[in-house]
Write a protein that binds this ligand. Structure first.
Ligand SMILES: NC(=O)c1ccc[n+]([C@@H]2O[C@H](COP(=O)([O-])OP(=O)(O)OC[C@H]3O[C@@H](n4cnc5c(N)ncnc54)[C@H](O)[C@@H]3O)[C@@H](O)[C@H]2O)c1
Length: 258
């Protein structure tokens, strides 16, 4: 049975009710997990207020600012996790960023600055969060991140983010190899295209969704809740033999050649 009772789950990446991280947090909570939420702070505190109101029904026992580009803030986040929870069982890495300019047009036109920023936020952050989580995952653990088929194959306009996702997917394998000895599993879900704040920055995202609706075996794309269900599975003992994998939750799109 899928049961996450007694597990402490830290969920990053909730921006609004369309966020994939929101679908995941709801399903982890439904399976009995104790939820902690981090949000990206902004100067006016708007994100904080919006996310706090949204997650209120899940009664999170931690609610912390965490900009992954701010190392001291990352350290402070996990220090609080240690003080308040003692141990961490589940880490959901569900965040990414690339400038709008690097998500359309010619792939080769990306600047070093935009490229480096996308890799730092979208791929390196899995390493830094996992490093901070490692000493807290004392009773085994599960780390889950989110990727997209554009990290394995060319998808129009995904450009720089495709490189970031390719790096992220290799991070999953190297981290799984390192952390396996302490029974911490690391996996990625490769989700089909979903309309969210982040995906709206990708040129032609609606075309990508309509293409999947036509071509995927299930003739549709997926929902945040379906991704959340797969994440709950990967965080539970039902998946105890699975690590270092990329699980496609994409209505089957990935198997199609045409
Ligand atoms: N939407 C899709 O079609 C799709 C498909 C496959 C994978 N994904 C991946 O799912 C994940 C979540 O994206 P989403 O589509 O739910 O969009 P979203 O906009 O709801 O979530 C992106 C999150 O990243 C956070 N973020 C950005 N920069 C950050 C930083 N410096 N520090 C901390 N957090 C930061 C934002 O605050 C936001 O909560 C991303 O990794 C995305 O690439 C999305």
């Amino acid at each position: 049975m899928l049961d996450l009772t007694g597990k402490n789950a830290l969920v990053t990446g909730i921006a609004n009710n369309r966020s994939i991280a929101w679908g995941i947090a709801q399903q982890l909570h439904a399976a009995g997990a104790n939820i902690g939420v981090t949000y990206l702070p902004d100067d006016k505190g708007r994100f904080e207020k919006k996310v706090a109101e949204l997650v209120e029904p899940l009664q999170p026992t931690l609610f912390l600012p965490c900009n992954v580009q701010d190392e001291p803030q990352v350290e402070a986040t996990f220090k609080t996790v240690q003080e308040k929870w003692g141990k961490l069982d589940i880490l959901i890495h569900c965040l990414a960023f690339a400038t709008k300019e690097s998500l359309s047009g010619d792939f080769s036109s990306v600047s070093l600055q935009d490229f480096a920023q996308a890799i730092e936020i979208s791929a390196y952050s899995l390493i830094s969060l996992s490093r901070a989580a490692k000493p807290l995952m004392t009773e085994a653990g599960s780390i889950v991140t989110l990727t997209y088929v554009g990290g394995a194959r060319v998808i129009p306009n995904y450009n720089t983010m495709g490189i970031a996702k390719a790096a992220l997917e290799m991070n999953v394998r190297y981290l799984a190899a390192e952390l396996g000895a302490q029974n911490v599993r690391v996996n990625a879900i490769s989700a089909g295209p979903i309309r969210t704040l982040a995906s709206s920055a990708i040129g032609g995202i609606l075309d990508a969704i309509h293409h999947v609706e036509k071509v995927a075996p299930l003739k549709r794309t997926v929902t945040q809740i379906e991704v959340g269900n797969a994440a709950a599975f990967l965080c539970s003992d039902l998946s105890s033999g699975i690590t270092g994998q990329i699980l496609y939750v994409d209505a089957g799109y990935e198997i199609m050649g045409m």
